[in-house]
Every structure is written in structure tokens, then in C-alpha cells.
Ligand binder design. Sequence first.
Ligand code: KIV
Ligand code: NA
Length: 277
Amino acid sequence: AGPVTFATLAARKAAREAIVMVTAYDFPSAQVASAAGVDIVLVGDSGAMTVLGYDSTVPVTIDEMLVLVKAVRRGLSGPMLVADLPFGSYEVSDEQAILTAQRFVKEGGADAVKIERGGTSVERARALVAAGIPVMGHVGLTPQTAAVLGGFRSQGRTAEEAARVGHDAVALQDAGCFAIVFEAIPSAATEAIVPLLHVPVIGIGAGPATDGQVLVFHDLLGIHDGAPARFVKRYAALREAMIAGVSAYADEVRSGAYPAPEHGYGMPADEAARLRH
Ligand code: KIV
Ligand code: NA
């Protein structure tokens, strides 16, 4: 089918074919996403939590994100690669945003970057696109700035709030974003906003009215410990499978069942005989 391009995404929306996006943070997860035939792989700053163990996305640095992006680039064939710009790496000025995004494109090999919020991010998006860097927007629940949203709660629960989300989305589209993520927005609000947009909308906890869906790799495969968010559906239970595998290995090492003869290397019989003298 060839690599996924911006034209592919526009064609998917026009044909009402759902766009599939998933996060990945390393070489094997990028290979898995490629083999599964998804359209877009996002190196989300959710990696701060899923693979780096921070308790929010706020602390992750540009350099930490770049390690993840480069690993994904090496494992990816087919899907478009989008990289999240981390908190504090783009908000100050257009110049800061361009310098940061250029690193994700030049060093990381990203096809596009994603930034959060409307407001000042609209100007940043416009500047990035003018500098030749494709931008994905992200509205609704924006985890980098959850503190000013009153915490991790859905956004657009009143008509006024939904209108604000819609206003931000349209502003990001007008700034040149090629697609917009809608996170944790009531399904009815999404349904009202999507017709205002001609660019694809990718939802996570935004209901079925979007042009596609995105989930976090570790959430959908059940690699996480703990209760997932409402919008997560688990398609596998890898954490249990991994614990079972490592436990079986530990048991066999302790019992002596592993390693068996077939796991060892041979030696010519005469050389083995000479060892005994
Ligand atoms: O970081 C992330 O994983 C994201 C998606 C949830 C959209 O931003
Ligand atoms: Na993110």
C-alpha cells in the first residue's frame, strides 16, 4: 500500500474510512504497529508515564523524547510518524517551537509533530507550518496543562465549554494543522464539532463521530498495572502474560529444569576427554 501520507489521511476522511492511530515508544512496539497495519504511530509524551515511569507527562525532556522517537523511527515501516513536543519545549515563542520541532524532524526522523491546546498553541502551529513542519493539534483534555483544566476530567461538558473546544479546533485547522486529536470530550459535543472541520479528527475518549481513533499501546495491550481510563478497551493482557513467562523462567532456574542439554554448546568428545586430565 506504500507509506501513509497526508493525502492518504485526507482520502480516508473523504471515503469515511476510519484512521487508526496508536502510540509506540521503542523499536519493537514500532515494528508491531507496522505489522498490524496502523495508519499513524504517535510517539506520545504519554511515554513519560508508560515507559519512563514519571507520574505525569510534564517532566519529560526533549532529549528523553528524542531517544524514543529515534527508536520508533528505526522500527517503523509504513505508518506516518508523529512526535509529541513535550511540555515546556514550544510554548514560549514561535522560535522556540521551530527550534524544538526541527530537532524532532532532523534528529528523530518524525514526519510531523503534535502540540497541545488552542490559545498560544494556535500561533505556534501557524509558525511551524510556515517553517515547513506538519502539525497535529490536540484539544479537549490536554494532559500537559491538566492543572488549569481542573484536573483529568472530560472537557466540553457544557454547551459553552463545547463551543470553546470547537473554537480551538477550528483555529488550529485554520492555522494549518493537518489533523486534530480530540481527547476526553463528550460524544455529543464531538458530534457537534466534527462537521465544522475539514481536517481529520482523531479521537481518544471522544466517541464514534471522529474520523479515527487513537489509543496508548500499553493501555490497549494491557501492559499497565492499575485501572485504565474510561475510554480504554483492553485487547490483550500482556502484563499477566509477561509475569507468567518471567515466573516460569525463575521457577525453572531454581529447580534446575533450565538450562536443558539442548540449550548448551557441544565440544568434540576428544577435547572433552582431555579436560579430565
Ligand atoms: O501522549 C499521548 O499518548 C497522546 C495521545 C493520547 C493522543 O497524546
Ligand atoms: Na501526548
